[in-house]
Design a protein around this ligand. Structure first.
Ligand SMILES: Cc1cc2nc3c(=O)[nH]c(=O)nc-3n(C[C@H](O)[C@H](O)[C@H](O)COP(=O)(O)O)c2cc1C
Length: 183
């Protein structure tokens, strides 16, 4: 069974570290069996803020991309003890295409992004996205140089493998509950 997992970059900020963290996750996922991981960059979709325009073009592209995926790894930066506004808006701009697709969380911040990750778990449960137990907490002090250049410690690699396995297992198990492609 071939699956597609999207690595969702949760920050759209100029100068963000989100893309370095996402690239690290993608690099660790390249040799997974029967599963393809890809970066899904919210910034590239140029999403409007919910309710500010009648033009649905970008929102439809976002929904179409999510519709192609079987699960997610969220790259989560902590902003004021929660997720970024950009990620919350992107979550709000889709509904059915999230359902019955599991997620792993890779977060970062001064406390490993733990507070943002726990907020995200609550939001995901409303969207019917089950979040797996394994969670990568990257410290701005220990996994970044000068708090900005990503240099992860080796200890995260084994945990990341577990996060992949748990996400893939649930993505497989929940597949019958998701709409099947028309053949
Ligand atoms: C608006 C804002 C609020 C922030 N609030 C927190 C916070 O509450 N806790 C924390 O650990 N880091 C906080 N930070 C630091 C970010 O986690 C850090 O800058 C991180 O690199 C942001 O991710 P990004 O570079 O991918 O955007 C904040 C940063 C910004 C820009």
């Amino acid at each position: 069974m071939s699956l597609k997992i999207g690595i969702i970059l949760g920050s759209t900020r100029e100068g963000r570290v989100s893309s370095s963290v996402g690239d690290w996750v993608l690099n660790k996922a390249v040799n997974r069996d029967d599963v393809t991981y890809e970066i899904v960059d919210i910034k590239a979709f140029d999403l409007p803020f919910l309710g500010t325009t009648k033009d649905m073009t970008q929102i439809m592209k976002w929904n179409q991309k999510l519709g192609e995926l079987d699960g997610f790894v969220f790259i989560v930066s902590e902003y004021n003890h929660s997720i970024s506004g950009a990620l919350k808006n992107a979550l709000d701009l889709a509904k059915d295409v999230w359902v019955n697709k599991p997620a792993g969380i890779v977060s970062y911040g001064s406390a490993g992004g733990a507070r943002a990750a726990e907020h995200l778990r609550g939001i995901l449960s409303e969207l019917q996205v089950p979040s797996v137990r394994s969670h990568i907490l990257l410290s701005l002090f220990d996994d970044f140089k000068e708090y900005s250049t990503f240099a992860p410690r080796d200890i995260h690699t084994a945990n990341l493998d577990m996060l992949f396995t748990q996400t893939e297992n649930w993505a497989k198990a929940l597949k019958p509950l998701r709409p099947q492609p028309i053949s």
